[in-house]
Design a protein around this ligand. Structure first.
Ligand code: PMP
Length: 310
């Protein structure tokens, strides 16, 4: 058990790490936290004009680095944002930032904004995109939720319609999701499921959602408003390797309520079972058998990537 003295020491070490040791990459240079600053005229700040990625570091190795960078460049291309470095340079910058921060396990936030420009939404005067890489700690949900599962609600705030903004673009605009997260918190939950304009299930505020129904793994497609999640893809690949059919489909809240199992996936969250939605108990109210199996395999995949299992 952690004593108060231990907790104090831990807090002080964290403070020291964040204020002195943390090195943040901004356009090729490293700054400590206090000096890592960008312009108030950056269009990322003024208009949410930019794209980002969240990645995980496990035992010093970046999980699915190639896929995250590819998604970042695809998001940037879709919004006509030119990233001022090649994919190889970006990969190298991410790895170097991890190394400089000496992070064995943690999270990477990779942000590319449109850069500094005049007031007014026209992005053409923004001369150079701003590339920011932050390496930090992450703990999305308390440990007990991974063991027991999590309760979520349906938010009234809808996912931006795919015909307005393609959900595959991981943009800096998260206001709808933030509103949904606030609703979840007001309801005493940590997550919320978001519906699309038609009322079909899209995803959660920062995670994709899956259900098990009639021995099939089902998840909404990007055209329903889901981000093309990298953890989601990993889980679908694992399911296939286990002989479990997985497919993208249209889901309603009725499907969620009557699912045999339900879970969420995300880089930060990994896989977390959902055991109650809007007061309806899912399955028998504990993390389901398939969810547990997928979680186990997912952890193995992490080890495989580290070369600990061949
Ligand atoms: N949906 C949203 C809205 C997200 O922001 C994220 C990432 N946090 C996800 C799903 C999960 O995607 P990934 O597995 O690629 O992290």
């Amino acid at each position: 058990m952690m004593t108060n003295l231990n907790k104090d020491i831990d807090k002080n070490i964290s403070f020291l790490y964040y204020s002195v040791l943390m090195k943040i990459y901004i356009n090729g240079k490293y700054y400590d936290k206090a000096n890592a600053k960008i312009s108030v005229f950056d269009h990322g700040l003024l208009y949410g004009d930019g794209v980002f990625e969240g990645l995980r570091i496990y035992s010093g190795k970046v999980f699915r680095l190639g896929e995250h960078i590819e998604r970042l460049y695809k998001s940037a291309k879709a919004i006509l944002l030119e990233i001022p470095m090649s994919i190889e340079e970006m990969q190298a910058a991410v790895l170097k930032t991890v190394e400089i921060n000496r992070k064995e396990n943690g999270y990477i936030r990779l942000v590319v904004t449109r850069g500094e420009g005049p007031l007014g939404i026209d992005p053409s005067p923004c001369e150079k995109a701003m590339v920011i890489i932050i390496v930090a700690d992450i703990q999305l949900y308390p440990e007990e939720y991974y063991k027991d599962g999590i309760e979520i609600i349906t938010a009234s705030s809808r996912r931006i319609s795919p015909d307005g903004l393609d959900p595959r673009i991981k943009s800096l605009n998260y206001l709808n999701n933030i509103m949904a997260k606030i609703e979840a918190e007001q309801a005493g939950c940590l997550e919320a499921v978001m519906l699309n304009r038609e009322g079909f299930v899209a995803e959660c505020t920062g995670d994709n959602i899956f259900i098990m129904k009639d021995s099939e793994l089902l998840t909404p497609a990007p055209c329903h408003g889901a981000l093309d999640g990298i953890t989601r893809k990993t889980v679908m690949d694992i399911a296939e390797s286990l002989g479990i059919r997985s497919c993208e489909t249209t889901l309603t809240r009725y499907d969620l309520y009557n699912a045999e199992e339900c879970f969420m996936t995300g880089t930060g969250a990994e896989i977390i079972a959902v055991i109650k939605i809007d007061g309806r108990v899912i399955g028998n109210g504990t993390p389901g058998r398939v969810t547990q199996m997928l979680t186990k395999r997912f952890k193995q995949k992490i080890l495989e990537q580290q070369g600990q299992i061949v």
